[in-house]
Write a new protein. Structure first.
Length: 177
């Protein structure tokens, strides 16, 4: 149950609110230039993103896949992206409609996957699902750092996110038949 991939997922869960703190509670850091708060938030996000890669890699390649990990990993991913997107929306760097579309898809597909498991249907993560995660991570990184092109990357992430959601729905429907 307690193995390195699960520890890495748990670290991601702990990093999410800390990153959110740097994004939205800038008044707590009086005297610290806002760009440094961006750097801290971005560093935390990069560390968390690296743990996301390694927990999956280690779990698959070292045969350390557990039921706890199957719950913790997507939960940690959702907590991290939710903290980042809500924080970025709060400070005016992310379009609320884009965040709404991404979060709606995330909650819907999470519910669909839970329903699928209850029906004995396996809906494995696809390449497009992984591309969705990478596109969201790039968008978040650019938006945290307030770099040019962040908004474009966000809308690209929205398109990939929605399309991958349709792919999961199609997989569920095929599994039901």
């Amino acid at each position: 149950m307690i193995n390195l991939p699960n520890i890495l997922a748990f670290i991601r869960i702990l990093i999410a609110p800390l990153m959110y703190l740097f994004l939205v509670n800038r008044d707590l850091f009086e005297g610290v230039h806002p760009s440094w708060l961006n750097y801290f938030a971005a560093l935390l996000f990069v560390i968390a993103s690296i743990t996301d890669f390694f927990d999956g890699y280690i779990a698959r390649n070292w045969n350390q896949i557990t039921k706890l990990g199957a719950i913790l990993d997507p939960l940690a991913d959702k907590m991290l992206t939710l903290a980042a997107f809500l924080g970025l929306m709060y400070i005016g760097r992310a379009n609320p409609w884009a965040i709404y579309l991404i979060m709606t898809r995330e909650f819907f597909i999470t519910g669909l996957r839970v329903a699928a498991v209850g029906e004995g249907i396996s809906i494995a993560a696809s390449f497009l699902g992984k591309l969705k995660t990478v596109s969201q991570m790039f968008a978040i990184g650019f938006l945290i750092m307030n770099w040019p092109g962040g908004e474009i990357l966000l809308w690209i992430a929205v398109a990939i996110t929605l399309y991958s959601g349709f792919e999961y729905i199609r997989g569920y429907i095929k599994g039901v038949k």
